[in-house]
Design a protein around this ligand. Structure first.
Ligand code: BTN
Length: 232
């Protein structure tokens, strides 16, 4: 589409009429949505902003993280094959070095303990080289490689990395995700969002339910989404 408010919102609005594995991409989003109620700003025509709809036959709500594990690993593997070493910053940002190249907004609909639908919204910076000051540490595939990327071709290539059949193998997906986790096994500085305390910790694991397992001088601590910020 040339223009939409948000590709996630479009799929969610007409969720019954779209089939499993529908993909909607927009050259321009007027109300691109990010995590934590943030906006997703993207230069029109320069990048990829798209959403994939999953209507899994059987995916229990407790396994909702498998979708994150699948999507984040797919983007990371795609970038690696394009010559961009990237890592997944828990839970689902993709970083090249200390800069963000891709963000995801995954919105699930539950029915009777199962995931009836999941909208995987992905914004990946392709050709943008200037970013608003309000975006912390952005980068793009062009900035990292010097190459221009055709959005349509890049989308088709990227989609080939989404093996949705793998959703049946939760533990394999989790270990693939952990394999390329940003700052895993390295002592780094973090902030506990709840208390405001800054501390040194070492990421050791991500539980099947999504909590981050961090080793600290005070012992092992578990963090849920939005409870931790990285000091980069
Ligand atoms: C984040 O890092 O905060 C998540 C960003 C997600 C942006 C994508 S762009 C395509 C899809 N449509 C939206 O409105 N948001 C997601």
């Amino acid at each position: 589409m040339d223009e939409l408010d948000s590709t996630n919102s479009e799929l969610l609005r007409h969720i019954q009429s779209y089939d499993n594995l529908s993909v909607i991409a927009a050259r321009r989003q007027t109300q691109g949505r990010g995590q934590r109620g943030n906006k997703w700003l993207s230069e029109p025509g320069a990048n990829l902003t798209f959403s994939i709809l999953l209507k899994p036959d059987v995916l229990e709500a407790k396994d909702f993280m498998s979708i994150t594990f699948l999507a984040a690993s797919a983007v990371r593997d795609f970038l690696a094959d394009e010559g961009i070493p990237a890592q997944v910053k828990w839970p689902n940002d993709i970083y090249a070095g200390k800069r963000k190249i891709c963000g995801m907004l995954i919105e699930n609909g539950l029915e009777g303990g199962r995931i009836a639908h999941s909208v995987i919204g992905i914004g990946i910076n392709l050709n943008q080289t200037c970013f608003p000051e309000s975006i912390p540490n952005p980068t793009s595939m062009n900035l990292l490689t010097g190459r221009e990327f055709d959005p349509q071709q890049t989308l088709e290539k990227l989609l080939s990395y989404f093996d949705t059949g793998a959703l049946a193998h939760a533990e394999e997906l989790r270990s693939r995700y952990l394999h390329g986790l940003f700052q895993k096994d390295v002592p780094r500085q973090y902030r506990d969002v709840v208390s405001g305390e800054e501390f040194t910790g070492t990421i050791r694991d991500v539980e099947p339910g999504g909590r981050l397992v961090m080793e600290t001088a005070q012992g092992t601590r578990l963090f849920s989404f939005k409870e931790l910020s990285y000091i980069l």
